[in-house]
Design a protein around this ligand. Structure first.
Ligand SMILES: *[C@@H]1O[C@H](CO)[C@@H](O)[C@H](O)[C@H]1NC(C)=O
Ligand SMILES: *[C@@H]1O[C@H](CO)[C@@H](O)[C@H](O)[C@H]1NC(C)=O
Length: 324
């Protein structure tokens, strides 16, 4: 018994030391890309989980190949049977808005809540491009904040070349919200603001989500533990600072957040909403800034906002107003 207790105490006490010595462990925990759920879906055969979808690969950087699914808007379904990747690419210029879906950590583009959301958006009339960032799914390379951001930017610019002026929207869920605002900030720096941004269950900064994790909370009373966490994140070059990005962004923004979110607390989405309203005043723009909150009794939590039967109306309402 005594031994067991001293073993547990040793394990507990060694965690901060291990994190300090091996900061990459925290990076791996944040991306969780090695957990390639769901294991039994062949990413080269999207038709096993979603119809009217073409799988292809983009070289986003020397030596990096990224897997993407392109799902057509519902109105194109009949025409799509047996068509080639080139045919799919051409359809991006058919006038329907395009949504680039940037998923959260863990697993691949085939996870159920991701596929179900893609189906909702396709039924609502949008092209949806869903990618696995470098290191995720069947994409090569290793994840990093800068790498994920450049994969998203590359896909956005690739779509822009095909889409003949159609509206292109970035949709970031959870970890992907930081990828989306990073990409939007880079585009704006270069003088071409993003058409539209939708953030689902976004955080203020990834470090605040880490600090909010039950495991981290076991250590928070230790003096210096929180600054150790921030230090380790910095050594991983991980910031994912939505709060900072939204202070400068002037793109139209829609935030979706459930009050019962058990991973990224609801108050973080609310804080971002307030930051964006403030930014709108500071930059004197009339860009739309909206937030939809889901009450806890609906049970959507962190990943199930796709279950809202009104979601397509909400998205159509938001995107249509931008076209006028
Ligand atoms: C694809 O469409 C076929 C024919 O409508 C249907 O039987 C099948 O269940 C669909 N597959 C998926 C994954 O939705
Ligand atoms: C559905 O969404 C639209 C657009 O945001 C909104 O006007 C309407 O009130 C919503 N309906 C319900 C039942 O929530």
């Amino acid at each position: 018994m005594k031994r067991a207790v001293s073993f547990l105490i040793t394990v507990y006490a060694s965690v901060p030391v291990v994190l300090y010595l091996f900061p990459w462990i925290l990076g791996h925990a944040i991306f969780a890309h090695l957990l390639r759920f769901p294991f039994f879906v062949d990413l080269g055969r999207p038709e096993d989980v979603v119809n009217h979808t073409c799988n292809f690969y983009l070289g986003t950087e020397e030596g990096i190949s990224v897997g993407v699914w392109h799902t057509l808007p519902a109105s194109q379904w009949e025409k799509a049977a047996g068509k080639s990747p080139e045919w799919y690419r051409e359809t991006l210029g058919d006038g329907h808005p395009v949504i680039i879906y940037l998923h959260g950590n863990v697993g691949t583009r085939a996870i159920k809540h991701r596929v179900e959301l893609v189906k909702v958006l396709s039924t609502a009339g949008y092209h949806v491009l869903s990618l696995d960032y470098r290191g995720f799914g069947d994409s090569s390379g290793e994840p990093s904040e800068a790498g994920l951001t450049s994969d998203a930017l590359y896909l956005y610019q690739w779509v822009k070349q095909q889409s003949r002026g159609s509206l292109v929207c970035l949709w970031g869920h959870s970890l992907g919200s930081g990828v989306a605002t990073n990409a939007a900030a880079k585009l704006q720096e270069k003088g071409s603001a993003l058409d539209a941004l939708i953030l689902e269950a976004p955080y203020t900064r990834i470090g605040e989500v880490v600090a909010n994790h039950p495991l981290a909370k076991m250590y928070m009373f230790l003096p210096g533990f929180e600054s150790l966490l921030w230090h380790v994140l910095e050594r991983n070059n991980i910031e994912f600072a939505n709060d900072k990005n939204l202070k400068t962004l002037t793109s139209p923004l829609l935030i979706l957040h459930a009050e019962d979110d058990n991973v990224v607390p609801y108050h973080m989405g609310l804080k971002l909403y307030q930051i964006s309203l403030q930014a709108q005043k500071t930059h004197n723009t009339d860009a739309r800034v909206e937030m939809i909150s889901y009450t806890a009794n609906r049970g959507f939590s962190h990943s199930s906002i796709y279950l809202d039967p009104n979601l397509s109306n909400v998205v159509q309402g938001f995107l249509q107003k931008l076209r006028q």
